[in-house]
Design a protein around this ligand. Structure first.
Ligand code: NAD
Ligand code: ZN
Ligand code: ZN
Length: 348
C-alpha cells in the first residue's frame, strides 16, 4: 500500500471552529498497528463539546480527525499485529490508554492510570479517529470482532452502547428498583434498552424533547416525563425515591433534579458533560448514603458483552444515517437537537 493514497477525513483544525472535510493520507500500519477500513462512525454529543471548547480546555494537539465510535474491517496489519486477519469485521474500543499500566493491561483503558499524562482520551479525541475512510488503530487489542453485525449498529455501540452498559453493570438493583434516565438521546435511549434487557428495574425517562420521549417509550421506558417545573415532585411520588439516576445531560438543572429524586443510599451516575455543578457536602443536596460516580466509557470486555447483547436482538440503536460528505449537516442537526437516537456517518 502506498503512503500517498488519499482518504477523506472530518478534521478539527482550530478550536471553536466547525470541523471540515479534508484530504488525508492513508497511512501504512507499522509494528502493532492495524489499518481499519471504516464502514460507519457515530457522532457523539462529546464531539460537539470538543468542537465548541475554548483553547486550553483539552490537552489534544490539533489537527486531528474526529470520530470515536467506529466499526469496519481490517484493511492491513503491521508486522507485529497479531490475532486478526485482513477482512475481519471489527468495532474499535475507543479509549486508548498508555498501553502499559495495569488498567490498560486489563482492557480498562478507560481508566488508564496515566490518563492525566496523555494528550488524548482515545480515538478521535486527540488522536486521528474514524470519521474518515480509514483509521489507524495503534494495537489489535483495541479491536473487538463483530461478526455480521451491521456496522451502523456496531459503531454507536462502542460508546452510546458501551458507556450506559458500563454504568448499568456497576449498579446493584433489586427487582423492584426505580431508575431515572435523564436525557433520552444517543446514549440515553440505549441505556433504557440495557436496563430493560439486564435488570428488572422500573425505568423512568426524562427529556425536554417530545421526540426523545417517544423514542424512550419505544425503547422500553415504563414512564416518560417532560423536564419541566413539577417533574421532580411527580418523580418522587411515582418512584418513591429513585434507586439510581443516570444523568446523560449533566447540567445544573438536571443535577439538581437527580439529587432531588434520589433515594437515601441511591446512586447517581453523572455521564453527561453539560458543565453543571453539584455540591457534595454533609449536609447537602444529596440524600444520606448516596454514591456519586463519574463514569467514563467502558472496558474492552464490556464492549464485547454489549456487542453480544446486540447480536441477540435485545438492543437496537435508533440511527440516522449520513454519507461522510454530509458530516457538517449531521453535526448541525445534533446541535439543534434534531437527531433521533444516533447520527452515524457512512464513508465510501
Ligand atoms: P444527545 O444530544 O444525543 O442526547 C442528549 C439528550 O438530552 C437529548 O435528547 C436532549 O433533548 C436531552 N436534554 C437536554 N437538556 C435536557 C434537560 N435539561 N433535561 C432533560 N433532557 C435534556 O447526546 P449524547 O451523545 O447522548 O451524549 C449525552 C452526554 O453524555 C453528552 O454530554 C456527552 O458529552 C456525554 N458523554 C459522556 C460519556 C462518558 O463516558 N461519560 C460518553 C459519551 C457521551
Ligand atoms: Zn462519545
Ligand atoms: Zn494505561
Amino acid at each position: 500500500m502506498s503512503a500517498t493514497r488519499k482518504t477523506s477525513a472530518v478534521r478539527l483544525t482550530a478550536w471553536g471552529r466547525p470541523p471540515s472535510l479534508a484530504d488525508a493520507e492513508v497511512p501504512d500500519p507499522v509494528g502493532t498497528e492495524v489499518l481499519v477500513r471504516v464502514e460507519a462512525a457515530g457522532i457523539c454529543h462529546s464531539d460537539l463539546h470538543v468542537v465548541d471548547a475554548p483553547p486550553g480546555t483539552f490537552r489534544y494537539r490539533l489537527p486531528f480527525t474526529l470520530g470515536h465510535e467506529i466499526a469496519g474491517h481490517v484493511a492491513a496489519l503491521g508486522d507485529a499485529a497479531a490475532g486478526l486477519e485482513a477482512g475481519d469485521r471489527v468495532a474499535v474500543h475507543g479509549p486508548w490508554g498508555c498501553g502499559a499500566c495495569r488498567r490498560c493491561a486489563a482492557g480498562e483503558d478507560n481508566y488508564c492510570d496515566r490518563r492525566a499524562d496523555l494528550a488524548w482520551s482515545g480515538a478521535g479525541l486527540g488522536r486521528d479517529g474514524g470519521m474518515a475512510d480509514h483509521v489507524l488503530v495503534p494495537h489489535a487489542r483495541h479491536l473487538v470482532p463483530i461478526g455480521d453485525l451491521d456496522a451502523a449498529q456496531a459503531a454507536p455501540l462502542t460508546d452510546a452502547g458501551l458507556t450506559p452498559y458500563h454504568v448499568v453493570a456497576r449498579l446493584t438493583l433489586a427487582g423492584d428498583s426505580a431508575v431515572v434516565v435523564i436525557g433520552a438521546g444517543g446514549l440515553g435511549h440505549v441505556a433504557i434498552q440495557i436496563l430493560r434487557a439486564t435488570t428488572g428495574a422500573r425505568v423512568f425517562a426524562v427529556d425536554v424533547r417530545e421526540d426523545a420521549l417517544a423514542l424512550a417509550h419505544r425503547s422500553g421506558a415504563h414512564r416518560t416525563l417532560r423536564a419541566e417545573p413539577g417533574t421532580e415532585a411527580v418523580l418522587r411520588r411515582e418512584t418513591g425515591g429513585a434507586d439510581a439516576v443516570l444523568d446523560f445531560v449533566g447540567s445544573d438543572p438536571t443535577l439538581a433534579l437527580a439529587a432531588g429524586v434520589l433515594r437515601p443510599g441511591g446512586t447517581l451516575a453523572i455521564v453527561g458533560s453539560g458543565g453543571g455543578q453539584l455540591t457534595v457536602a454533609k449536609p447537602g443536596p444529596l440524600p444520606q448514603g448516596a454514591t456519586v460516580s463519574l463514569p467514563f466509557w467502558g472496558s474492552r470486555r464490556e464492549l464485547a458483552e454489549v456487542i453480544a447483547l446486540a447480536r441477540t436482538g435485545a438492543i437496537r440503536v435508533e440511527t440516522e444515517l449520513f454519507p461522510l460528505t454530509a458530516a457538517g449537516e449531521a453535526f448541525e442537526r445534533l446541535r439543534a437537537g434534531q437527531v433521533r437516537g444516533r447520527a452515524v456517518l457512512l464513508p465510501g
